[in-house]
Design a protein. Structure first.
Ligand SMILES: C[S@@+](CC[C@H](N)C(=O)[O-])C[C@H]1O[C@@H](n2cnc3c(N)ncnc32)[C@H](O)[C@@H]1O
Length: 292
């Protein structure tokens, strides 16, 4: 499209769209021919097609959104503290980055763990701890209409957003969201599946939360953990490590950091979760499926 056409189609301010197109062309993100710009197919898969297995656009959005909070690095480096308000854009940024986790769960994890898929298809009780704005529940609930979902997160605004979207999607009472923390989870044998999507890295009481998750599961239930895990060779410059290291620097603003595969395996073993199977979905994102 021409910048004018694009601006009209999207209802945007044309001079800004024109400047954006020039910059994106100069940076080789889009192509230019006869006054028209286009996104090449390979780039479209990577940056625009949210449902593609290759989509990594959310990672860029995550870092771009979090960079709005980077003023806090000054204090962190000088005083070893994180300033108030350093997480202003965290919830929105996480929502962008984890879209791909949810695609990977559907496209890569379910085919690999068919018992988990058939349990969800028959109708399972599912707890999503640290659900954020509910992206995983909302997507999985539409795919598995016989299952029920409880999403819990300490972030009041994220929970309100999740509830709003569930209402818009008319998912009814089988998808519920509540404010709460993993540390005070009081469920006992109430769920067939517990999902922990990129939550463990942010917790200081990891053992306590894992033990609460185990107690919330019925015997034989599934715990599914999604986490970015550091590579054993952390000084390498391969593309996965470039992505992980950039994210890990940003995680210091959250007072957190990536776990290693070894650390996560030990945590799960100590927590009484058995048969943990690790599966690398790509880009440093791992899924670990364990049983109670
Ligand atoms: C990276 S986001 C992941 C959101 C969601 N699981 C997903 O896959 O889209 C991490 C979430 O963990 C939540 N969280 C942080 N501390 C928590 C705690 N103590 N208990 C439960 N959730 C927590 C945050 O509020 C945030 O929504």
């Amino acid at each position: 499209m021409s910048p004018a056409g694009l601006a009209a189609e999207c209802g945007l301010y044309e001079p800004a769209v024109r400047a954006w197109c020039r910059a994106a062309f100069a940076l080789r993100v889009i192509e230019h021919n006869g006054g028209l710009y286009r996104v090449p197919n390979s780039t479209r898969r990577l940056l625009v097609s949210e449902d593609s297995n290759d989509y990594i656009g959310g990672q860029f959005s995550y870092l771009a959104l979090r960079s709005l909070d980077f003023g806090a690095f000054d204090e962190l480096f000088k005083k070893g503290r994180v300033a108030r308000g350093a997480a202003t854009h965290l919830a929105e940024a996480s929502g962008e980055a984890t879209k791909w986790d949810h695609t990977a769960f559907v496209r890569l994890v379910l085919p690999r763990f068919p018992r988990l898929g058939s349990l969800l298809a028959r109708g399972a009780r599912v707890l999503d701890l640290g659900c954020g704005a509910g992206g995983w529940d909302l997507r999985i609930a539409q795919r598995f209409p016989k299952s029920s979902f409880v999403g819990i997160d300490p972030d009041r605004r994220a929970v309100a957003r999740a509830r709003g979207t569930a209402t818009e999607l008319r998912l009814g009472a089988r998808v519920r969201f509540a404010q709460g923390r993993g540390e005070s989870l009081a469920y006992r044998e109430a769920f067939d599946v517990v999902y922990l999507g990129e939550v463990l890295y942010a917790l200081s009481a990891k053992r306590k939360v894992l033990s609460n998750c185990r107690r919330a599961l019925r015997a034989g239930g599934f715990l599914v953990v999604a986490e970015g895990l550091l590579e054993a060779q952390t000084n390498s410059r391969n593309p996965t490590n470039q992505l992980l290291s950039a994210m890990n620097l940003e995680y210091t603003l959250q007072g957190a950091g990536f776990l290693s595969k070894h650390e996560l395996r030990e945590l799960l073993q100590e927590g009484g979760l058995r048969g943990s199977q690790f599966f690398h979905a790509g880009g440093g994102l791992w899924f670990v499926v364990s049983r109670k």
